[in-house]
Ligand binder design. Structure first.
Ligand code: CTP
Ligand code: CA
Length: 229
């Protein structure tokens, strides 16, 4: 997986990346999901491996994507599966990157049988909060661990995408937050990506539109710089 063309500045560094989107089952054939393809997480894992890292990729519902070369892939489905996989992987990780789109809520009940339609409107679906994996990783951070979050945001009348990102970085307590603007076809299901990389130390780097591999390179540069301080 190493690449002669790239710096080996992550040589021996133990990196864990989550990618894809979780699916929360409603009944045996239905789920609540999201539009994350997993490509950004895969690009992050691939580029880290090319720069010499020992990489574990926790992939949520990314069955269509081939495993990146030289990367250990752990496949998960639900937010709770992902939570458990990240807990285990975090024990020996130097760097944790939460690029997965994790469901905030799951159906309170998983029915053992398929929901059947009747003549009347159905009952509303009761939802329960999932664990905030990133917040928990920050709380249980091991000495020297670097923790990176992602945020897909839409702007609104009062608050810009960047301001939402700044507030989320503070709230999450991670070292870096990659903020993507979404809506109008940006970020989800397309190969290109743009955004800002916000650092807890106040640094803000604009990432112009480019490939997910280019975005990954910017992110690993920032992680390498943080680890050097
Ligand atoms: N995340 C997580 N566990 C969750 C939800 C989110 O680890 N249950 C992580 C995501 O992987 C991402 C970061 O938290 O790295 C931000 O996710 P986001 O959905 O943008 O933030 P939330 O805190 O869930 O806020 P909201 O969805 O309300 O904007
Ligand atoms: Ca969320």
């Amino acid at each position: 997986a190493r690449s002669d063309a790239l710096p080996q500045d992550l040589a021996g560094v133990r990196v864990v990346v989550s990618g894809g989107g979780t699916r929360e089952p409603l009944d045996p054939v239905r789920f609540l999901g999201n539009r994350s393809s997993g490509r950004q997480g895969y690009a992050l894992a691939r580029v880290a491996a090319q720069r010499g890292a020992r990489v574990t990729l926790v992939g949520a519902n990314t069955v269509d994507l081939p495993d990146p070369a030289g990367v250990d892939v752990v496949r998960v489905r639900t937010a709770e599966d992902l939570h458990q996989a990240m807990r285990v992987a975090a024990e020996t990780a130097d760097v944790l990157v939460m690029a997965a789109a994790v469901a905030d809520f799951r159906p309170t009940a998983m029915l053992g049988h398929k929901i059947k339609k009747t003549d009347r409107d159905p009952d509303p679906i009761a939802l329960t909060r999932t664990t905030d994996v990133l917040a928990e990783l920050v709380t249980e951070r091991r000495a020297g661990q670097v923790i990176v979050g992602f945020a897909a945001e839409t702007g609104d009348a009062e608050t810009s995408v960047l301001d939402h990102g700044r507030a989320k970085l503070k709230r999450k307590g991670c070292d870096l937050l990659l903020v993507n603007e979404v809506g109008d076809g940006s970020a989800f299901e397309i190969p290109d990506n743009t955004g800002w990389l916000l650092g807890a130390d106040g640094t803000e780097t604009f990432i112009p539109t480019g490939s997910k591999a280019q975005l990954a390179a910017v992110l690993w540069d920032a992680v390498t710089a943080l680890r050097a301080t």
